[in-house]
Structures are given as structure tokens and as C-alpha cells.
Write a protein that binds this ligand. Structure first.
Ligand code: Z5A
Length: 214
């Protein structure tokens, strides 16, 4: 009997503040990976699996806010575990490239740095839910807070639970992503997201090509 070994896929995550262009760049990158001959899927967090999409609705509605950032960190982590266990791990094992709109760094930035959940607690949640899985590449799309919020506001009139935080919290979140990228340079690349969509897409592709050789 002939056994074929499938080369494992890659997990690429896009992170950054609101309106940075993550969803836009996820779609462009998936198309480009497919044109390069890779099987690629787009997914997102919170959500990405049927059960996690239900948790997404609850989280973004603000119903968990009264329980505080620790409760939110738990729920984001539970959603992530289901997403990884039912979607991401299987796709990677089949050799697919998974491009995810937000992932663990969002929990570090929003619930950890901004919400005050201690870093060791966030790390413990990562260990319990991810079983060692880490993105092969994380692209941080960086944009000044007010520019990002203006873009997000253009698209959506009602602000969800996380977009309605005050400006200083958004600044802390922006810095948190930049600090993560600085600390984990082997995994992360920061891209200037103020440029026009097509130019950001070129920078994203350059980072993927250089780091992962698709
Ligand atoms: N959250 C958390 O707290 N903890 C966690 O662990 C996780 C998440 C996973 C999810 O919201 C919220 O959950 C999020 C963090 C929190 N808080 N907030 N807010 P979401 O999924 O609903 O939204 P988002 O992730 O923040 O993304 P976004 O605001 O929807 O924006 P985006 O994906 O970065 O941008 P976009 O949709 O691609 O583009 C926004 C607009 O700008 C749109 O009209 C585009 O056409 C336009 N755009 C895009 N690129 C450009 C360029 N380059 N130039 C000009 N205009 C552009």
C-alpha cells in the first residue's frame, strides 16, 4: 500500500485595532495563495466554527461585559478551542493554509493589556486551549486609532461592545499589538495599514513570501 505524506499547512493570523483592514486583507491574501497553487481558507475570531459563532454573538452583544474581562477572556478562549479543534487543526493537517482574522494576540491585547487580566492567566488559557498550536506568521496591521475608527464607523453605524471603548483604551490596544510584535519578531511582522488597500496587500504578500515561501 502506498502512503502519501501531506505537508502540513500554515496558520497565518491578521491582527490589529478596529478598521485596520484585517478582513479586507484576509480575503485578498486567500485569493493570492490560491493563485499561487495553495489550498487556502479564510476564517475569523471570535467565531469560525458554528459553536464559536454563537459565542461571538453573545460576546459582541455586550452581555458578558458585566462579568468583567476575565469572563470575556474565558469565553474568547472557549470559542477559540472549538474553532481550533473543529476547523483549524483539520485544515492544517490536510495541508491547507488557514488565514485567520484575529486570534490569540487579540485576547492578549484586549482582555490582557487593556482589560487587566494578568499575563500568566492569559498564557495559561493559551496552554489549555491551543495545545501548543501557534501561528506560523502573524501580520499586525498598524493604523492610528482615530483613522481606524473612522474607517470602521463608515461601515457600521452601531458600535459593538469592543468598539465603544474610549480612545485611551484603543491606544493601549494598538501599543499592545506593537509590543507583541517587538517581543516575538520571529512570528510577527508589522505593516503600515494607512496605505491604500492594494499597497497594503503588496506588503502582506511580501511578508508571506519572505517568511513562508508559499
Ligand atoms: N476581540 C477581543 O476582545 N478578544 C479576542 O480574543 C478577539 C476579539 C478574537 C471583534 O470585532 C471584536 O472582538 C474586536 C476585538 C474583540 N473589537 N472590536 N472592535 P469584529 O470582528 O466585528 O471587528 P474587528 O475585528 O475589529 O474588525 P473591523 O473593525 O471589522 O475592521 P477590519 O477587519 O480591520 O477592517 P475591514 O473590515 O477590512 O475594513 C474596514 C473599512 O475600511 C472597510 O470599509 C474597508 O473597505 C476599508 N478599508 C480597508 N482597507 C483600507 C485601506 N487600506 N484604505 C482605506 N480603506 C480601507
Amino acid at each position: 500500500m502506498r502512503h502519501e505524506t501531506v505537508e502540513a499547512g500554515k496558520l497565518i493570523t491578521l491582527e490589529g485595532g478596529e478598521g485596520a483592514g484585517k478582513s479586507t486583507q484576509v480575503s485578498i491574501l486567500v485569493e493570492r495563495l490560491r493563485r499561487a497553487g495553495r489550498q487556502a481558507i479564510a476564517t475569523r475570531e471570535p467565531g469560525g466554527s458554528p459553536a464559536a459563532e454563537e459565542i461571538r454573538e453573545t460576546l459582541l452583544s455586550g452581555k458578558i461585559k458585566p462579568f468583567g474581562p476575565f469572563a470575556e477572556a474565558l469565553l474568547f478562549s472557549i470559542a477559540r478551542q472549538d474553532h481550533v479543534d473543529t476547523v483549524i487543526s483539520d485544515a492544517l493537517a490536510r495541508g491547507q493554509w488557514v488565514v485567520c482574522d484575529r486570534f490569540l494576540d487579540s485576547t492578549r491585547a484586549y482582555q490582557g493589556v487593556s482589560g487587566g487580566v494578568p499575563a500568566p492567566v492569559i498564557s495559561a488559557l493559551e496552554r489549555l486551549t491551543l495545545h501548543g498550536l501557534m501561528p506560523n506568521l502573524t501580520i499586525v496591521l498598524d493604523i492610528p486609532v482615530e483613522e481606524g475608527l473612522a474607517r470602521a464607523g463608515l461601515r457600521r453605524a452601531a458600535l459593538d461592545r469592543f468598539e465603544s471603548q474610549d480612545l485611551s483604551q484603543h491606544e493601549r490596544i494598538r501599543k499592545a499589538f506593537l509590543d507583541i510584535a517587538e517581543e516575538e519578531q520571529a512570528r510577527c511582522v508589522v505593516i503600515d495599514a494607512r496605505k491604500p488597500e492594494a499597497l497594503v496587500a503588496e506588503d502582506v504578500w511580501e511578508a508571506v513570501a519572505e517568511r513562508l515561501r508559499p
